[in-house]
Design a protein around this ligand. Structure first.
Ligand SMILES: N[C@@H](CCC(=O)N[C@@H](CS)C(=O)NCC(=O)O)C(=O)O
Length: 224
């Protein structure tokens, strides 16, 4: 959709939360494609937060305003848009087997993040309700199931990246999620959302941290 009250044209802008995996994966894609963007952190600017929320009805970060004025929310939507409008270099693999693997990793990763974030932030005010243990078991259990499935997937790869030929969008999705989950304990003393996410009782499989080890020193990752 064309930007309503966008950035006036010319400058690509990304509303982002610097440490959020959803925002970090979009920054990785922009970097991969050599696209510059003016980064706006709405958590440090109430007016920017209002503006971002007005631009995308789901009221979440990231939101991209591209140079042409098109406005997109949701990291998946932004990724699809960027890959079609700026196709080279692509982060998507070729071939059904690799496309299937990458797509599944992206869906499982989003399942983990969405379920944990929903429980620990958006619905956390219900945690004293009688029904909460059942909801936590089901929705948290799905997140744990997705984490375990991701661990099994990367455990059986036989190469450091999700597809044999190198870094893909599947790696960007999974790496930023693993790094974010690993970073929660350090943030918990000063960031209540992190403490609440940790309180849900999930466990990050060791295989996922081991898998991430191979990618921590990538220049694009380091510069995030
Ligand atoms: N499906 C969205 C999820 C984005 C999302 O949940 N972003 C979080 C940051 S981690 C957010 O904006 N939370 C603020 C809120 O929900 O009010 C995406 O892929 O971009």
């Amino acid at each position: 959709m064309p930007a309503a009250g966008g950035n006036g044209g010319g400058v690509r802008r990304l509303y982002h939360f610097p440490l959020s995996p959803y925002s970090r994966r979009v920054r990785l894609i922009l970097r991969h494609k050599g696209l510059e963007a003016d980064l706006v952190d709405p958590r440090t600017d109430a007016a920017a937060m209002e503006k971002m929320r007005a631009l995308y009805p789901m009221r979440t970060a990231p939101v991209l305003i591209d140079e042409d004025g098109f406005v997109l929310g949701d990291s998946n939507g932004i990724a699809q848009y960027l890959d079609r409008v700026y196709p080279s270099p692509s982060l998507w693999p070729e071939g059904p087997r690799d496309i299937a693997r990458v797509s599944q990793i992206m869906a499982l990763t989003d399942g983990v993040l969405g379920n944990l974030i929903d429980l620990a932030t958006r619905y956390y005010c219900l945690h004293t309700h009688d029904a909460w243990p059942g909801v936590l078991a089901e929705i948290g259990g799905r997140a744990q199931g997705a984490l375990d499935a991701l661990a099994a997937l990367v455990g059986g790869l036989g190469h450091p990246t999700v597809i044999a030929t190198g870094w893909s969008i599947g790696d960007a999705w999974l790496f930023t999620a693993v790094a974010w989950l690993e970073g929660l304990p350090a943030r918990a003393p000063t960031f209540v959302n992190a403490a609440q996410i940790l309180s849900l009782g999930w466990k990050l499989p060791l295989e996922l941290s081991r898998w991430a080890d191979a990618h921590r020193r990538r220049p694009d990752v380091v510069s995030l």
